[in-house]
Design a protein around this ligand. Structure first.
Ligand code: HEM
Length: 105
C-alpha cells in the first residue's frame, strides 16, 4: 500500500497567515508527479501549534523522485522571499496499513 510523508512546520502564531498565503499560491506542480496520491495542508486547532503538510505516495521511490527534482522548484517561491514563515520543520514517515472510504451508493 501507499506511504505517507508529513512535513511538520513550526509556525509562530503571527506567521500563520503568511504561511497559509504561501500555500494558497503554491506551485501546484506536485499534482503532476508520478506516484503522487494526496496532499493536504492541515491547520492546527487543538493539541498542537504545528501545521502538517500531509502527502501520500504510491511508494518511497516516488516520494524520493519528487524530493530530488520537482520539490526544489516548488519550494523556491517567487522573487524576493521574506524570511520563512516556519521556524523549524521535521518529516514524519508512515506506511499505510489499512484504509477505507465511504461505500458507493
Ligand atoms: C525546509 C522544510 C520545508 C519548509 C519550511 C516548507 C514550507 C513550504 C511552503 C511555505 C510551501 C508553499 C510554497 C512556497 O512558498 O514555497 C511549501 C510547499 C509544499 N511543500 Fe514544503 N516545506 C518544507 C519541506 C517539505 C517537505 C520535506 C515536504 C514533503 C512532505 C513538503 C511538502 C510540500 C508540498 C507537497 C508543497 C506544495 C508543492 C506544490 O504545490 O507543487 N515540504 N512548503
Amino acid at each position: 500500500m501507499s506511504i505517507v510523508k508529513i512535513n511538520v512546520l513550526n509556525v509562530p502564531a503571527e506567521q500563520r497567515e503568511v504561511l497559509e498565503k504561501r500555500f494558497a499560491s503554491r506551485a501546484g506542480t506536485v499534482e503532476n508527479s508520478d506516484g503522487f496520491e494526496w496532499f493536504e495542508l492541515l491547520r492546527p486547532v487543538e493539541g498542537t501549534d504545528d501545521y502538517l503538510v500531509y502527502t501520500r505516495w504510491r511508494d518511497e521511490a516516488a516520494f524520493q523522485a519528487w524530493m530530488e527534482g520537482p520539490m526544489k522548484a516548488a519550494h523556491q517561491g517567487g522573487g524576493d522571499r521574506p524570511k520563512p514563515a516556519a521556524t523549524g520543520n521535521q518529516v514524519w514517515s508512515f506506511e499505510v496499513v489499512q484504509q477505507a472510504s465511504p461505500k458507493q451508493a
